[in-house]
Design a protein around this ligand. Structure first.
Ligand code: PRP
Ligand code: ADE
Length: 467
């Protein structure tokens, strides 16, 4: 959407750039879909296109400083600075710069950090552009703006290659809102050159995109369908995002699994704690099972399966797959019925023994599989609840930290003012001291003068500075 606002809509370079970004799930810690730009910069053409997009936007804008954020901002910023004829200013992680620095700390998607800049890196009146590879919560860009502002520069815009559309509730949209709120004059969504790399992560915004593209639930437009499947199937990791269960989510599943019943889709969604990606993964596995036996097994096939035999009569290892268990008797009465039937069909005592042993073995497996499925489900629910609580706590934490940072800033201003007042008081008392000395001198001189006037007969001349 931002690319469109930038006038880049339909630009073929965007797709190539987006495709060149590799997404690494669970790096640097579980739950993070890491957007890896090393694959982008290793492709000369795509790297050049990316830099060119920035250069085209910022050439002739009177930018005198391009500030790059360590480390990945350093990959793009110097090239842009050289091309538009501006100086490059590194905004570095703590304790890397040798001169006098100013620092700003900030929150990250996966932790906390601090940026530093040499105090003399920019001058009053410099027009700065901040460059980074990616904006997630916006914390880094906020810190960069604060640093440049404090040093007297004017931040014209901030630009990144990637915007993460959903970083839980703190995604780019929120980040831009927040930045807009804090720095209304600098941040404007057009400033962000956003490549929708979320397409690769398969996050919720992409599903919304499918809807907005007007893909009918039955048409199954090949490109969207393909991407959707790729994202869910290739990503082995469950996203932390839990969309609310609503009809459109189930419909999206229906588009992907048209031959499955709605109830089954709803159940998969419910059992995956409303995690769409996970639901797709388990449905996909289930779907493979479905495709293998294109129709539901007959009652007779169920019995065969319960005994560990395929519909064609061969012996196989029974009850390996959870979907096979779904076809087994569901309660005690059905098991008894099956048992009796098997016994009646037995041709000899040995056959009866082997049938009974097989049914009992499957009964045992079915009981333990059901117990472990229930335990997994309840653990999963607990896990989802805990994640939600952590999410809320993290958000509160961010707000509190921001409040403390603001308070800290005010305290620092207050301390600076106090220091100035102390210096002024010191100067006043020095002046008062000087005045007292001058008054004493004046008094002594007045006395001398008077004495001199009374003793006019005294010989000699007086000093011209005094008389
Ligand atoms: O919008 P935000 O939530 O602030 O996150 C964005 C920042 O996170 C990444 O840097 P990181 O601190 O991981 O450092 P690196 O560039 O040294 O890898 C990225 O390069 C951005 O600078
Ligand atoms: N998901 C992500 N991928 C790469 N860098 C990041 N910085 C913050 N979040 C990130």
């Amino acid at each position: 959407m931002f690319a469109a606002e930038n006038g880049l809509k339909g630009d073929p370079r965007l797709k190539a750039i987006s495709d060149a970004i590799r997404v690494m799930p669970d790096f640097p810690k579980p739950g993070i879909m890491f957007q890896d730009i090393t694959t982008l910069v290793s492709n000369y053409k795509v790297f050049k296109d990316t830099v060119d997009i920035f250069v085209d936007r910022y050439r002739d804008k009177g930018i005198s400083v391009v500030a790059g954020v360590e480390a990945r901002g350093f990959i793009f910023a110097p090239a842009i600075a050289l091309a538009i004829g501006a100086k490059f200013v590194p905004l570095r992680k703590p304790k890397k710069l040798p001169g006098k620095v100013i620092s700003e700390s900030y929150e990250l998607e996966y932790g906390e950090d601090c940026l530093e800049m040499h105090v003399d890196a920019v001058q009053q009146g410099d027009r700065a552009l901040v460059i980074d590879d990616l904006v997630a919560t916006g914390g880094t860009l906020s810190a960069a703006i604060r640093l440049l502002e404090r040093a007297g520069a004017e931040v014209v815009e901030c630009a990144c290659v990637i915007g993460i559309p959903e970083v839980k509730h703190k995604g780019t949209a929120e980040a831009i809102k927040l930045l807009n709120y804090l720095y209304p004059k600098y941040i404007n969504p057009v400033a962000f050159i956003i490549i929708m790399s979320a397409i690769v992560c398969g996050k919720r915004s992409f599903f919304e995109d499918i809807e907005s593209l007007g893909t009918s639930p039955t048409s199954g437009s090949p490109p969207a369908y393909k991407k959707f499947r790729c994202s869910s199937v290739t990503s082995p990791i469950r996203s932390n995002y839990s969309p609310p269960v609503h009809r459109s989510t189930v419909n999206q599943l229906k588009v992907l699994f048209p031959d499955m019943e709605i109830q089954l889709l709803e159940r998969a969604l419910e059992e995956s704690g409303n995690d769409l990606e996970f639901a797709i993964k388990s449905l996909h596995e289930l779907h493979l099972g479905y495709s293998k036996c294109s129709s539901r097994p007959t009652a007779e096939e169920n019995e065969n399966m319960a005994r560990g035999a395929t519909p064609t009569g061969e012996n196989v290892v029974p009850l390996q797959e959870p979907q096979v268990q779904n076809n087994l008797p569901v309660d005690g009465a059905e098991w008894v019925e099956l048992f009796v039937r098997e016994m009646m069909n037995a041709t000899s005592i040995d056959d009866a023994k082997s049938r009974a042993a097989s049914i009992l073995e499957n009964l045992e497996k079915s009981i333990s599989a059901r117990a472990s499925a229930e335990a997994t489900q309840s653990l999963h629910k607990e896990n989802v609840m805990l994640k939600e609580q952590i999410e809320v706590l993290l958000q509160e934490n961010v707000i509190l930290k921001r409040a403390v940072a603001i308070q800290h800033e005010r305290q620092r201003e207050h301390d600076d003012r106090n220091q100035e007042v102390q210096q002024l008081k010191q100067m006043v008392s020095q002046y008062q001291e000087q005045m007292r000395t001058l008054e004493v001198n004046n008094y002594a001189l007045t006395l001398h003068l008077r004495q001199a006037q009374q003793n006019k007969s005294l010989p000699g001349s007086f000093h011209p500075d005094v008389f």
